[in-house]
Write a protein that binds this ligand. Structure first.
Ligand code: GLN
Length: 489
């Protein structure tokens, strides 16, 4: 049951083949069975069974949506009323959210059954899911490898069949990179498409929530509910939400695909380059035309991002001071001691590193040299995309430079870790939508196991329906997205 599409499951629920309570219990049992993957921080069993009972009643009444009764899971960055919302941090280990994020509210109202809250890098900072206070998450394709981050729990839950689909968030690649490492489909929407209300902030001008699912078809169903204007989020955009499933079957003849040469050069593993060559040929067979492009500012994305994201995080995370929010140290001597020890004891190493970098970049003497310069580069990168997207319909690239790497392999070297986001970060700086879809399966080192490879498809602002169409057409002629890791059948 766990590897059916949302539409198939919705059909099974309506025909009475199984109830939502049965489906939910099936997933809850799998979560227990595969607990060693560490995908969940909190399993909300009782809440899930109650939601499933309500969904069954709603289906019987004929008032159901496609998601009614479907077991899903939320990244632990989304506030859930009455449920622990930790953001992967000791700082919020005891935080019970007093309200629902808009995304949670919408999915609840659609009748989706939340199974629990998914593991993630602390405050969404990371590319391997090794920065969680709750421990590293394991990749079901090879449990010695990382699942990617920061939405690693979400990617693993979907890949291992511990939820039908899941929510993720993406500030610099956190939906797409773990989707690529785990062989699933992820979509980072246009900035402003999905409400950030109740989504704990990392870097507010870059953060965006989106769907993670087994296929583009399922991602379309999930995005349909997540997307839309929200007057509780001042950066949410008032722009009509199209029917994301309506254009899935549109033929691709005449589609112009741009390939930035900068994204296929040094640094890309040979196996990924070869898999993406094959993907490009499949697209040719579907009628697309491939056009090479040059986007010279892409190489500036990582340094600009790490200045901007760190600057915003140092400001966003100042609220976790042991008074307004978060963990409080025992027996503080005075107020300064309370601040210092509460933050010192409850933030992890990577979060502290980012706060320090961000505070430095924003300080009076350095603001112009770092922050202002990074913002100027951000504009150049947006302009580069604008000019590229005036020549082609979409841009394709790798998602990651390498396959999923070993747990512990890159933790000692933050720069190596930051380079994992080489191909995803520029898209967030420009605010564009992009998807990661499974496009191969190969080993990048002699003797290491074959692992999933992702293809990135980048579109113009609000072109999510087009991206889903382009992904779905590929998934009609390939089977990468249907593969299941050994032992998880
Ligand atoms: N790996 C990037 C970072 O650590 C992106 C994380 C994300 O998208 N949340 O900032």
């Amino acid at each position: 049951m766990y590897n059916k599409t949302i539409k198939e499951l919705a059909q099974g629920l309506r025909s009475g083949e199984y109830s939502s309570v049965e489906l939910t219990r099936h997933f809850l049992a799998r979560i227990k069975q595969y607990q060693h993957l560490n995908a969940y921080i909190t399993v909300t069993e009782e809440r899930a069974v109650r939601a499933a009972e309500a969904a069954d009643a709603r289906i019987a009444d004929g008032d159901a949506t496609l998601l009614t009764g479907i077991p899903i899971a939320q990244k632990d960055i989304f506030c859930t009323l009455g449920v622990k919302t930790s953001c992967g941090s000791k700082m919020l280990d005891n935080f019970i959210a007093p309200y629902n994020a808009t995304v949670v509210e919408k999915l609840d109202q659609a009748g989706a059954v939340m199974l629990g809250k998914l593991n993630m890098d602390e405050f969404a900072m990371g590319s391997s899911n090794e920065n969680s206070y709750y421990g590293a998450v394991k990749n079901p394709w090879n449990t010695d490898a990382v699942p990617g981050g920061s939405s690693g729990g979400s990617a693993v839950a979907v890949a291992a069949g511990l939820a039908v689909c899941a929510t993720g968030t993406d500030t610099g690649g956190s939906i797409r990179q773990p989707a690529a490492f785990c062989g699933i489909t992820g979509l980072k929407p246009t900035y402003g498409r999905v409400s950030r209300y109740g989504m704990i902030a990392y870097a507010s001008s870059l953060d965006q929530g989106g769907p993670m699912a087994r296929s583009a078809e399922d991602a379309a169903v999930l995005l349909q509910v997540m997307a839309g204007f929200d007057d509780k989020d001042s950066t949410s955009v008032e722009y009509p939400v199209p029917d994301y499933s309506a254009e899935l079957n549109k033929p691709l003849a005449g589609l112009k695909i741009g390939l930035p040469t900068e994204f296929f050069g040094d640094g890309l593993s040979a196996n990924i380059a070869a898999d993406l060559d094959n993907a490009r040929n499949e697209y040719r067979r579907l009628g697309a035309e491939i056009i090479e492009l040059s986007m010279p500012t892409l190489k500036l994305a990582i340094p600009a991002y790490y200045v901007i994201a760190s600057a915003e995080c140092s400001s966003n995370l100042s609220r976790f001071d042991g008074v307004r929010y978060g963990y409080r140290c025992a027996n503080p001597a005075d107020l300064t001691d309370l601040y210092i020890r509460s933050r010192g004891e409850a933030f992890g190493k990577e979060v502290k590193r980012r706060i320090l970098m961000g505070t430095y970049a924003l300080s009076a003497g350095y603001y112009d040299a770092y922050y202002l310069k990074a913002q100027k580069i951000r504009r150049l990168i947006s302009d580069d995309f604008k000019s590229a997207l005036s020549k082609v319909d979409v841009i394709m690239s790798p998602v990651t430079p390498t396959n999923a790497f070993g747990i512990g392999e890159k933790t000692a070297d933050p720069i190596q870790m930051y380079l994992e986001d080489l191909y995803t970060i520029a898209i967030n700086l420009a605010g564009l939508p992009a998807m990661s879809i499974p496009a191969g399966f190969s080993a990048d080192k002699n003797g290491s196991p074959a692992m999933p490879v992702g293809l990135q498809i980048i579109g113009n602002y609000f072109a999510e329906a087009r991206l889903l169409n382009i992904a779905h057409q590929y998934q009609q002629i390939t089977d990468w997205h249907t593969r299941i890791p050994d032992g998880f059948e």
